[in-house]
Design a binder for this molecule. Structure first.
Ligand code: BG6
Ligand code: BG6
Ligand code: GLC
Ligand code: GLC
Length: 917
């Protein structure tokens, strides 16, 4: 009995002595709570630095965006392939995620070796090897005939700009294949897979193992928002608020950040806690100076640290009686599994003796106790350091959520964490001590990271399928060159039809003679009134033209025309117009002055002279009754009479295209075309009298208002009209009419966009599948909004804000799609305009028998003026489709009122000349 006590006393004493000795020797490896709190604070600062746009380039903790935006929600399903490369084992897997709505995942996997000559050889060969393993797996599992999406778990730091891409920043751990750093791993593997003709695999996602782990655990526990690996290497990821991630556009929701915390300290931030052993280990590693935090923590290095310490202690005579074995000198002789075995609770001491004996060391009882304690100090420090960094992440999460207490789950994986007997509980305990206001659940990922990688792939494959659907819709708006040439040639045919007496009555492009026969010559002078009705704004103007100097002064006022008047009775409309004129005269102090008036009336009118215009039919947003078939000049005169307050001399009625051509023609005599790309779409040009069969005489030229908006009304554009164009047409005031206008002009482009968005939403591809009241509202996308949305200078966030202003609550992804839709619709419009214009200028060139034609086009309209790309695309298309015409585009700065006044001036002069005769 006494002997037993004596033995126990002796052993306790021996243990105490050895522990003290080791503790003294490894003083620097034992970190106080204070130091841990300090390290935690340093890591918090590092995270901030890595997230900042300006500070990221010099940050050692890279905080890499992963483009994984949400944890699994249970809706994932399908069959996927998975590769898991970079941990201690390389695996190929097939993952089946349940279809029946219940969370159920089945996996089949196969391990493959990763010999050093492969992972440290040539990069191309590494990827070929991986592809070979995949092919082998698929053959064995009889998957060759299937086309499966693949998720790649790649456990190295990669810079991603999307999910299916990853540029390797640097190899870590045991890997060092040549020619891979700085290149995209996904494309390298895709290329390698091409060598296998029978392999049809699409890599949809690249994920870090931490991300895979987090997702695996989150599949079972929705609170999981952190993933930690303590294995060959060490690292963590977590869900960060988008608004804090400056490297990625958008501020909605969260995105998983791969911290790459292994590189913490690479800038010297941990020099005060690194020991001589850490430095020695680093120097002997594959990547000296790199991954300094990882080298104090992870499985690849722990055993080596222990070996270096034992060697030093032996050298100092503190162990093994000062004897060292040759094995103790060999790098890598002590591995993490040895450390784990030595620290086992009961068998630990016996294991230690066995391991030391295997190393050729003669260890006394005291040596074994000391060695065991060395292991404890080293692995305890590892757990402490991990705990400090993890505590920093948890604090960040809690602060992001503005919570006093955070309840969360951390997904864990890695051999060190899994096989070391004490590690998990030490880590958990320290974390809880460092962040007492977090309730943390540590969840071990039983099935590795692949299950999570499959979840990410499932989401990616759903997104890809959706993308395909969106592309299918957008493709309807992409016109080939052949199609555009077709449009140009058909337009040409319609122009000829409209000019010929026989075909004119049936022509859809009406080719209306305007009785404007020449350009202003600079001798015009006088004061004129002008009206400008039919565009976005209704204006009344006073235009003063001074002869000789080609100078014009204008005063104008914009008046509103309420919808109920636009679509009321004709009398109401013209009474309103006269009311506005009266207000203007009052405002200008001109009451009683009997001025000549030019009336810009932007609708199709059949004219028998310059001052007569019978409205053929309303277009755009007007639908006042009892006007069609009536002379609008008469209607205006009658309204003036009804008011009986003043008299006006209405000299000319002009279309806005004609007014625009004149406005520009005043500056540039080459201007023989007027183009409007605004609320409506139309064009006029100077035609040879001999070609105009409807008007007597063969001499000189006359301006023809083409009214090309009606192009296609005979069905000749049906091959390029989409279901959306048809819907817009059906919902318009004039169904079946103005089909070309409805594909090209400002009033309808927004409507086409709206119809597409409704359809995409119905298909569940936008706005979370919810069609809001706003989206059902006609006309919400005005030209100015389209123009804003498509502006290149706008960040996504601003696009979202515009959509929000329109009452459309969109995510960033939605905003991208909306912008693309707007782009497709407006590009098609600009190209169609270009094709139409090419037909005219080519006709003019041929009619005049020129090899080359130089011509100026006067242009106006909000679409042309405000849209960021419309004018460029229009011009490029004309160049492409009418290569022998040199077309100058001249923007009309002053609107068509000025042109109308000039026409009035000319008409007045002729009128007087006639009277004098
Ligand atoms: C595995 C994961 O379970 O753990 C891998 O599937 C990961 O993706 C690995 O890399 C990390 O641990 P170790 O110890 O294998 O490096
Ligand atoms: C204006 C002209 O500048 O542009 C109007 O003065 C014309 O006559 C208008 O109708 C066309 O553009 P929008 O976009 O206003 O229809
Ligand atoms: C290394 C890698 C990192 C990985 C970790 C765990 O630190 O750089 O990407 O997550 O090891 O495997
Ligand atoms: C409509 C009108 C046309 C006008 C054009 C531009 O197409 O019918 O006359 O020129 O809009 O405003």
């Amino acid at each position: 009995m006494f002997a037993v006590h004596l033995m126990a006393f002796y052993f306790t004493k021996l243990k105490e002595d050895q522990i003290k000795k080791v503790d003294r020797f490894l003083y620097h490896m034992r970190l106080s709570d204070e130091t841990l709190l300090d390290i935690m604070a340093r890591f918090q600062a590092e995270m901030q630095k890595g997230l900042g746009k300006d500070t990221n380039p010099t940050a050692s903790v890279k905080m890499l965006p992963t483009f994984v935006r949400a944890i699994p929600d249970g809706s994932e399903n399908g069959e996927f392939l998975s590769l898991d490369l970079g941990g201690s084992k390389f695996r190929v897997l097939k993952v089946q995620v349940s279809e029946e709505g219940k969370r159920n995942v089945q996996m089949e996997s196969q391990f493959y070796p990763t010999p050093n000559e492969i992972i440290r050889g040539n990069g191309t060969e590494l990827f070929e090897y991986v592809a070979d393993c995949l092919a082998d797996f698929m053959r064995t599992k009889e998957l060759m005939q299937k086309k499966l999406p693949l998720g790649l778990t790649f456990s190295f730091p990669c810079k991603q700009t999307k999910l299916e891409e990853g540029v390797l920043l640097s190899w870590t751990k045991k890997f060092k294949a040549r020619g891979v750093q700085g290149t995209d791993v996904v494309s390298s593997l895709t290329n390698a897979m091409r060598k296998h003709k029978d392999l049809d695999v699409d890599i949809l996602a690249l994920v870090n193992d931490t991300v895979g782990t987090m997702m695996t655990c989150a599949y079972d526990d929705p609170y999981c928002e952190v993933g930690v690996i303590i294995g060959t290497g060490t690292n963590a990821c977590y869900m960060e608020d988008m608004s804090n991630i400056e490297l990625v556009e958008g501020d909605e929701g969260r995105m998983c950040i791969n911290t790459e915390w292994g590189a913490f300290g690479d800038d010297g931030a941990l020099e005060d806690i690194r020991t001589e052993f850490d430095r020695e280990l680093d120097l002997g590693s594959l990547n000296p100076g790199k991954q300094l935090f990882e080298k104090m923590i992870s499985g690849l290095y722990l055993g080596e640290l222990v070996r270096l310490i034992l060697l030093k202690m032996a050298k100092a005579g503190l162990l093994f009686g000062g004897e060292k074995s040759s094995a103790l000198h060999i790098k890598g002789k002590i591995e993490t599994r040895h450390v784990a075995a030595m620290e086992k609770y009961k068998e630990g001491l016996a294991n230690t003796r066995e391991i030391l004996t295997d190393l050729g060391l003669e260890a006394s009882e005291a040596d074994c106790v000391a060695v065991q304690h060395v292991c404890t100090v080293v692995s305890f420090r590892s757990a402490n350091l991990c705990a400090a960094a993890l505590a920093a992440i948890l604090t960040r999460l809690r602060e992001n959520k503005k919570l006093v207490r955070l309840r969360t789950t951390v997904g864990m994986d890695g051999t060190l964490y899994k096989i070391h007997p004490q590690y998990p509980k030490r880590l958990h305990k320290v974390v809880r001590k460092l962040v007492p206001n977090c309730d943390v659940r540590f969840l071990l990922s039983e099935s590795g990271s692949t299950k999570g990688a499959a979840m990410v792939t499932a989401v990616a494959s759903r997104v890809q399928a959706q993308r395909k659907q969106i592309d299918k819709v957008l493709a309807l708006f992409r016109l080939t060159r052949e199609q555009l040439v077709g449009v140009r040639d058909k337009m040409r045919v319609e122009l000829e039809y409209g000019l010929k007496r026989d075909t004119h009555p049936l022509a859809t492009v009406k080719m209306l003679p305007t009785y404007v026969c020449g350009m202003p010559d600079g001798t015009e002078k006088g004061k004129f009134l002008a009206l400008d009705l039919g565009g976005t704004n209704f204006r009344v103007l006073l235009v003063k033209i001074r002869s000789g100097r080609r100078s014009v002064r204008m005063y104008n006022k914009i008046f509103a025309i309420p919808l109920e008047i636009m679509q009321g009775t004709g009398e109401e409309l013209f009474d309103h117009i006269v009311q506005c004129i009266a207000d203007f005269l009052d405002y200008m102090g001109l009451k009683g002055a009997q001025l000549p008036l030019g009336f810009t009336f932007s609708f199709p009118c059949r004219q028998a002279s310059i001052d007569k215009g019978t409205l053929i039919e309303w277009t755009k947003g007007f639908k006042a009754t009892d006007c069609e078939g009536e002379d609008v000049v008469d209607m205006l005169r009658e309204a003036i009479k009804r008011r009986n307050e003043f008299d006006l001399d209405i000299v000319a009625v002009v279309n806005d295209t004609v007014g625009t051509m004149m406005t520009c023609g005043y500056e540039d005599r080459n201007c023989e075309v007027g183009l409007i790309a605004g609320t409506g779409s139309n064009m006029c040009y100077m035609e040879e009298m001999r070609n105009i069969e409807l008007v007597e005489g063969d001499e000189g030229k006359m301006c023809i208002n083409t009214e090309w908006g009606g192009f296609g009304d005979n069905g000749c554009l049906d091959d390029i009209r989409t279901q959306y164009d048809k819907e817009v047409d059906e919902g318009s005031l004039n169904p079946g009419k103005q089909r070309y206008e409805k594909m090209t002009s400002g009033m309808y482009l927004g409507e086409i966009v709206r119809q597409i968005l409704i359809d995409l939403t119905k298909q569940g591809l936008l706005f979370r599948g919810q069609i809001s009241e706003r989206l059902r509202t006609r006309g919400i996308f005005e030209t100015k909004f389209l123009s804003q949305i498509e502006s290149d200078r706008l960040a996504l966030l601003q696009v979202r804000r515009i959509l929000q202003q329109l009452g459309l609550d969109s995510t960033c992804e939605d905003s991208i799609v909306v912008k693309e839709v707007c782009g497709a619709v407006s590009r098609r419009a600009a190209e169609l305009y270009g094709a139409g214009l090419a037909a005219i200028v080519e006709k003019r060139r041929e009619d005049q028998g020129f090899e080359h034609l130089k011509i100026t086009v006067g242009v106006d309209g909000t679409l042309y003026k405000l849209h960021p790309h419309f004018s460029r695309i229009l011009q490029e298309t004309v160049k492409e489709l009418a290569p022998r015409c040199d077309v100058t585009f001249m923007l009309s700065e002053d609107g068509s009122g000025k042109g109308a006044a000039l026409i009035t001036a000319v008409a007045k002069r002729l009128q007087q000349a006639r009277r004098e005769k």
